[in-house]
Ligand binder design. Structure first.
Ligand code: SAM
Ligand code: SF4
Length: 441
């Protein structure tokens, strides 16, 4: 096949989009497009978009403006928009940006080859139908053969939780779990291509299999995937605290390949706010799960997400969040100012907290977390960690890898160690990573 056509792909947002983008690259390869990092070379520009916060959405329109100017100089340039903004906007996106050739929603990747081929013939198209059928996971080839050290494997899509602030259920549709045998098949194919670590991916992996009586649940799925030969480390994301079961907690004690890390977003430390957010747990429930996880796996590292300035968050509620982060001692925390999203429940709530106050709360939270992260990183000094080497570090003169607890680690060593688990003595903990030396290979 003539591979002279060039694809420039930009990905915004979460790991689900990153994972979809991998599929997009494989699909476009199938119709003769080679990926390029230089937009000027591109015959096809695809934006895989995010609408989780208003700023993410605005960024997409900013980028589209750039490609509009490029298209003036190169009229044959095909521009496509996919992902969550595409799903939300559909036809409206073509009205706002008529130079766009195709709009593909979150369930429509399997149509992308046809849509791009149509655009090559001058056709404009929009596809945003939801496909609430498990078959959609396997409607197109996966990129198993591409190898790499660590890969994501989608085990479920969509979300039924309807947290009051969140656009995801609106743009990703209802929750659907992928057949367990298909997941294992994909993991085995990745292992055969040399992949060492897989991360099972979904908006709320803990409710995997809940909808089908007698189907494997997430704990069963983890045990099945852990048996795949060649896979040495297993991760998953994202977890919803309300669906963490004792069976799942036991996996951390019983599956040696399961990395001692969990991303467990609390979103707030205040019961009143959690209730308004429709999260389905209290602060005490959350802390009980944290304790149970630590009992099952004392070295487990927690990361999380927190929203500040949710409607009704008063000073006392915010203090409850500050206390929660001190209590949990997250290794890392992603924190955001609440952003009202169209169509969500919370968008109708009166929002009395002033923007400057929200900003001040975010800064306080982030400053406190920064100290916790540094102290935790320093606490690893002298310990020996299993690090999976991913490749050269960003500076190029050492190696980069991750501990089981998901702490980025740099160390000297042979680049041929990429994909290997090595024992590393940690010599320094700084704000963003650990430094160490490989003990023996
Ligand atoms: N399903 C995952 C979960 O439940 O944690 C991830 C959801 S989202 C992709 C990632 C994070 O974005 C959320 O955990 C939340 O903290 C944040 N987020 C979602 N909607 C938001 C909003 N409207 N404003 C601010 N932050 C938001
Ligand atoms: Fe959004 Fe809540 Fe679903 Fe996560 S669990 S994707 S925050 S609705």
């Amino acid at each position: 096949m003539n591979m002279s056509k060039k694809l420039y792909l930009e990905t915004f947002g979460c790991q689900m989009n990153v994972s979809d983008s991998k599929k997009i690259v494989a699909l476009m390869k199938g119709i003769g497009y080679q990926q390029t990092a230089d937009p000027v070379e591109a015959d096809l520009v695809l934006l895989n978009t995010c609408s989780i916060r208003a700023t993410a959405e605005q960024r997409v329109y900013g980028h589209l403006g750039r490609f509009k100017s490029m298209k003036k100089k190169k009229p044959a340039l095909i521009i496509g928009v996919g992902g969550c903004v595409a799903q939300q906007e559909g036809e409206r996106l073509l009205q706002k940006a008529p130079f766009v050739n195709l709009v593909f929603g979150t369930h429509n990747l399997h149509l992308l080859q046809k849509m791009v081929s149509g655009a090559e013939q001058g056709k404009q198209s929009v596809a945003t139908d939801f496909l609430d059928d498990e078959k959609r996971f396997d409607l197109f080839p996966h990129a198993e053969s591409e190898g790499g050290v660590s890969r994501f494997v989608t085990v479920m899509q969509g979300c039924d939780n309807f947290c009051a602030y969140c656009i995801v259920p609106h743009v990703r549709g209802r929750e659907i779990s992928r057949n367990a045998a298909k997941v294992v098949e994909e993991v085995a194919a990745l292992a055969a291509a040399g992949v060492t670590e897989v991360t099972l991916l979904g908006q709320n992996v803990n409710s995997y299999g809940f909808k089908e009586a007698g189907a494997p649940d997430f704990a069963d799925l983890l045990r099945m995937v852990a048996q795949v030969e060649g896979i040495e480390r297993l991760r998953f994301t994202t977890s919803h605290p309300k669906d963490i079961s004792p069976r799942l907690i036991a996996c951390f004690a019983e599956i040696p390949k399961l990395a001692p890390h969990i991303h467990l977003p609390a979103q707030s430390g205040s019961d009143a706010v959690l209730e308004k957010m429709n999260r389905g747990y209290t602060r005490a429930d959350y802390l009980a799960k944290v304790r149970a996880l630590r009992e099952a796996c004392p070295e487990i590292q927690f990361t999380g997400d927190m929203i500040v300035g949710f409607p009704g968050e008063d000073a006392a509620s915010f203090e409850a969040t500050m206390e929660l982060i001190e209590e949990v001692q997250y290794a890392d925390l992603f924190s955001f100012i609440y952003s009202a999203r169209p169509g969500t429940k919370a968008a109708e709530f009166p929002d009395e907290v002033k923007r400057a106050e929200k900003q001040a709360r975010l800064e306080r939270l982030q400053a406190a977390q920064k100290k916790i992260t540094l102290a935790r990183n320093e606490s690893f000094v002298g310990s020996v960690q299993q690090v999976l080497v991913e490749g050269p570090s960003s500076s190029g003169d050492s190696l980069f890898g991750r501990t089981g607890g998901n702490r980025g680690t740099v160390m000297d060593g042979d680049p041929a160690l990429a994909g290997r688990l090595v024992r590393v003595r940690i010599t320094e903990g700084v704000q963003t990573l650990l430094k160490g030396e490989i003990l023996h290979v």
